[in-house]
Design a binder for this molecule. Sequence first.
Ligand code: TXA
Ligand code: MG
Length: 309
Amino acid sequence: MKKDLSNIKKAKYLLDNNHCVAIPTETVYGLAANAYSDKATSKIFKLKKRPKSNPLIVHYSRVQDLRKDCEINSNFQKLYSKFCPGPLTFVLKLKKESKISKNVTNMKNTLAVRFPKNLVTRNLLSYLKYPLAAPSANIYTQLSPVSKKDVKEEFGNKLKFILDGGNSKVGLESTIINLVNKPRVLRLGGLDIKKISKVLKRKLNYKTIKSTKVPGQSKFHYSPGIPIRLNVKKHYLDEAFVLIQKRKKFDKNYFYLSKNKNLKEAGKNLYKTLRNIKRLKFKKIAVEKIPNIGIGQTINDRLKRASKR
Ligand code: TXA
Ligand code: MG
């Protein structure tokens, strides 16, 4: 714990001085900077090689801090009390008097916000006088990192500090819901939209929006950098084969997301497995059919994007 605190102090020192620091969250690791600072947030885009047009999610530990930046409504309150801290991001109306940097919103009048669950990051946020803007800590279009080692692999020595908070427990990015008007799901993620539907007492559908005008929904994303084939029954000899359920036969090309079709477990293992396959220098990936229910929908969404070239 003592060591932990000294790492948090180091992260705070760097963030207070407008540097970027990678932070652990339960979804994926984030590349964080002071959301109120133009100088700090511009470094995120540079490090990630991310287009400036793609807005960032801002992370808070307390609702009272969020109130300074956003208009809160009853749908937010219902979802917050049920799921936060947790893998859910809200798009809300930005307040005129908010100090959020224009880099974060790309001049829009909405803001994406979330309350991460990882205790190390919650602890860090409680010491700061500003919220943290943080996209996933990977180079633009690449796989999101779920451990300190993964972040290191993405940025090498270009990043001053990675705050270690263990492996991400959810392993998939947050679900994004726009609450400015009628609730609308913008991205499938670590929280099943059926659960959100239940709390809001309304049906929520997610339709893939083809237009790249919707930020971050570009078709080619979450890529391990090698070709992926989906819904495969039998793999070729040169393919790593990703499976959702244990098979009787042993094969050195088999990589399991879960022993017994547990989709939450599979979600947690997805990016870790794809990264591992890449580390082992496979040139191609085949993936068994994943049931398209619950978190399986999110897994399929990510795999589909990753398979586009
Ligand atoms: O789990 C997560 O959400 C992780 C962790 C680090 O919090 N973050 C993450 O950030 O996945 P990023 O930047 O990789 O994806 C955020 C998505 C982007 O697609 C972005 O375009 C969208 O959120 N977004 C941000 N602000 C928005 C806004 N005001 N309206 C609509 N979409 C927004
Ligand atoms: Mg990302």
